[in-house]
Design a protein around this ligand. Structure first.
Ligand code: NAP
Length: 314
């Protein structure tokens, strides 16, 4: 009999149970047990852990792991908490997640391109104040990060007629997208972005990337959409750029501390739209299918999809 797969989470009971059911349905041949239900012997034998915000001590109590499969696409917290000696980490790369994120990027890009924050404000002031229409082809979108989520978002934006430039760590070639890399590439992209969309992982290199100096490179009246991680942006520097009118608006789905603290100036700032980390929720059924496929491939041939690079942090 195969050793059981450990499901290790800090989700509440109902959420963990829901994941358990959907994972068991996706791989009926496997025995998947929540960490708390594993016998000591089973803990020693488990080769695979499926995780969602796991307690690192629980993961450490599984000494025979060959790999860890995350149910989330973003693994910054996992990488930080488990340290460099943990087993290889496979993160979730799900076309459905990319579709959901690309949909959110397009939706909030339209929100800014069609001046919805300004019209909302006009309404509260009972002001009839039409603004000039901006054609998508006249709006330049700068995409930070051209990975699984960024690539799909770029495609949706170009299909919708927006001008798109993108930035990644390594050079990339993407249809209808002007691509950049490196510090000089970032400066060029920032200087030409009417709307900057952040889809970068949080790493040692990207923490605090969008600081006062770099935000100042953006054109007057530009906007920001941050759907990646809060700490990529220096919150005080963003607030200062909005306060002095250099930036027009920021749509923020992610924050250094979540839920966003009651005292945060973001809540009431007229130039900020606060979202509660909803731009791209995982779809359990498709995610479970991806995890099942990766586990079946590993059982059959010992191969894994590209694992997280601990040095790079993503
Ligand atoms: P990914 O496939 O790993 O892509 C990351 C992209 O960022 C790659 O293009 C990478 O460059 C680029 N990058 C990383 N470090 C860089 C650096 N120092 N300089 C320039 N570019 C850099 O990740 P993904 O699946 O697209 O996900 C991106 C992030 O989205 C996740 O890490 C997570 O934080 C966030 N996320 C948010 C939500 C939400 O609901 N808000 C949901 C899911 C994910 P290369 O191509 O050269 O490697």
């Amino acid at each position: 009999m195969l050793p059981p797969i450990a499901l290790v989470t800090r989700l509440n009971r109902e959420e963990e149970q829901a994941w358990l059911e959907v994972l068991r349905r996706a791989m009926p041949e496997e025995r998947i047990l929540p960490f708390g239900e594993l016998e000591p012997q089973e803990r020693r034998l488990a080769e695979i852990a499926i995780v969602a915000n796991p307690d690192p001590a629980d993961v450490a109590a599984l000494p025979g792991l060959s790999f860890i499969h995350s149910l989330w696409a973003g693994v910054e917290r996992l990488v930080m908490e488990l340290g460099v000696t943990a087993p290889p980490i496979v993160r979730l790369v799900d076309p459905e997640l990319s579709r959901v994120m690309a949909e959110a990027v397009l939706a909030w890009t339209y929100y800014l391109q069609r001046d919805m924050p300004a019209y909302r404000k006009s309404q509260t002031e009972k002001m009839w104040a039409p603004r000039e229409y901006r054609h998508p082809g006249d709006v330049a979108i700068g995409l930070l990060g051209l990975g699984a989520l960024g690539t799909e978002s770029a495609a949706r934006l170009t299909q919708a007629g927006f001008r798109v430039e993108g930035w990644s760590r390594s050079p990339k070639v993407l249809e209808n997208v002007v691509t950049h890399h490196g510090e000089e590439g970032l400066k060029t992209l920032l200087a030409s972005s009417d709307i900057l969309v952040c889809l970068l992982p949080l790493t040692a290199e990207t923490r605090g990337l969008l600081n006062a100096e770099r935000l100042a490179l953006m054109p007057e009246g530009a906007s920001l959409i941050n759907f990646a991680r809060g700490a990529v942006v220096v919150a005080e520097d963003l607030l200062a750029a909005l306060d002095r009118g250099h930036l027009d608006h920021a749509v923020l789905d992610v924050f250094e501390k979540e839920p966003l603290e009651e005292g945060s100036p973001f809540w009431a700032h007229p130039g900020v739209t606060v979202l509660p980390h909803i731009s791209a929720p995982t779809t359990p059924v498709t995610a479970a299918r991806i995890v099942a496929g990766n586990i079946a491939a590993w059982r059959a041939s010992g191969t894994l999809p590209k694992t997280v690079d601990r040095q790079r942090g993503y």
